[in-house]
Design a protein around this ligand. Structure first.
Ligand SMILES: NC(=O)c1ccc[n+]([C@@H]2O[C@H](COP(=O)([O-])OP(=O)(O)OC[C@H]3O[C@@H](n4cnc5c(N)ncnc54)[C@H](O)[C@@H]3O)[C@@H](O)[C@H]2O)c1
Length: 325
């Protein structure tokens, strides 16, 4: 019996694969490698290079490896691109996601952990954000994730597919082996570190007049290893017969863009110049999770998610992979 990890060669998927293997689990990866990295996977792991929307391939994997659960990371993740080309996002994240889950249900799989996102909340009405807070995404990427959450909810009722949808806030940091290498990179911390290495002239700061203490946006950063741990706990939770759920994964504490840059200056010892740009449309001032439900249900506690540990781990990985994988 094995666990299917879709998107397992991507950033969060590869760290989760690493942690699942360390727990002694059998793991199979399905990834088209369009945005993932072969080098992020341990040697010898079964990898199927293909689309989650390929029904024959998914049926074959389920058969050949007796898949018992799925951790579904595979998705396109660029918010800006989703605004310019929503069809691409709905086809990949929803159309192909639905094909994947349909095949898994056909094959008898009844447990799934889904990568959702804080983007389902859009511009929050309250801080911290609880799972009950209003969900009204501000972009097609966020809608593609909310559609998948709704789909899973109906599949739970109709086909007894039990799932945990994990709504991550801002994933960051690295392990010894696996780090963040998105192309293009839109996330703050890897771009700050690229500026520290002189690979970018300056770090772009989008907006300095938000209603926050220093005028820059505030986000809740969660270490990728803490995220991986939450996936493993969510799987165990489902194996114990628990019902389906939606859970926030964050720390409950926020840092501004300037806090991140200042901490990165301390960690790297580099000056890191910044360049102020106009604010991006649809960027909320604050996104901070209330993670108490995930803590209560999964017994999960982030242990590596203080900002200094996150940035130090990302910096150590960057120094060993200056140009990425
Ligand atoms: N990075 C974050 O801060 C963050 C925050 C919230 C949610 N998420 C979600 O977490 C998941 C993983 O994010 P990530 O940062 O690791 O992204 P990533 O781009 O590094 O990994 C995604 C992987 O999925 C693969 N993939 C995409 N579409 C596919 C398809 N149709 N068929 C097969 N493989 C496909 C890509 O090749 C890639 O390896 C995504 O679902 C994303 O929406 C990420």
């Amino acid at each position: 019996m094995a666990i299917l990890v879709t998107g397992g060669s991507g950033y969060i998927g590869s760290v989760t694969v690493e942690r699942l293997l360390a727990k002694g689990e059998q793991v199979v990866v399905l990834d088209d490698l369009a945005h993932g990295h072969l080098a992020a996977l341990p040697a010898g792991i079964p990898l199927y290079q293909g689309k989650i929307g390929d029904p024959e391939l998914v049926a074959r994997i389920a058969r050949e490896h007796s898949i018992e659960s799925c951790v579904h990371f595979a998705a396109l993740i660029e918010v800006g691109e989703s605004v310019l080309d929503p069809a691409k996002y709905f086809e990949n994240n929803v159309g192909q996601g639905m094909a994947l889950i349909g095949e898994l249900v056909q094959a008898g799989v009844r447990r799934l952990v889904f990568s959702s996102t804080a983007a389902v909340y859009g511009d929050p009405e309250e801080i911290p954000i609880t799972e009950q807070s209003r969900k009204w995404p501000k972009n097609p990427y966020g809608w593609s994730k909310l559609f998948m959450e709704r789909l899973l909810d109906t599949y739970d009722t109709a086909y007894e597919l039990r799932f945990v949808a994990l709504r991550y806030f801002n994933a960051a940091g690295a392990t010894e082996k696996c780090g963040e290498d998105h192309r293009p990179e839109s996330h703050l911390i890897p771009n700050v570190l690229a500026a520290a290495l002189g690979q970018q002239k300056a770090i772009r700061v989008y907006g300095k007049d938000y209603p926050t203490p220093d005028g820059t946006t505030i986000r809740d950063y969660i270490h990728v290893a803490d995220l991986a741990d939450a996936h493993i706990r969510a799987l165990e939770h489902l194996r114990s017969g628990a019902k389906s759920d939606f859970l926030n994964l964050g720390t409950g504490r926020g840092y501004s863009v300037l806090d991140v840059i200042e901490c990165a200056r301390q960690v790297t010892g580099c000056p890191i110049p910044l360049q102020v740009e106009p604010p991006r449309t649809g960027d909320p001032a604050r996104l901070i999770a209330d993670p108490s439900r995930a803590k209560a249900l999964l017994g999960w506690e982030p242990t590596q998610s203080d900002l200094h540990s996150i940035i130090s781990s990302a910096w150590n990985w960057r120094l060993r992979h200056r140009d990425g994988y």
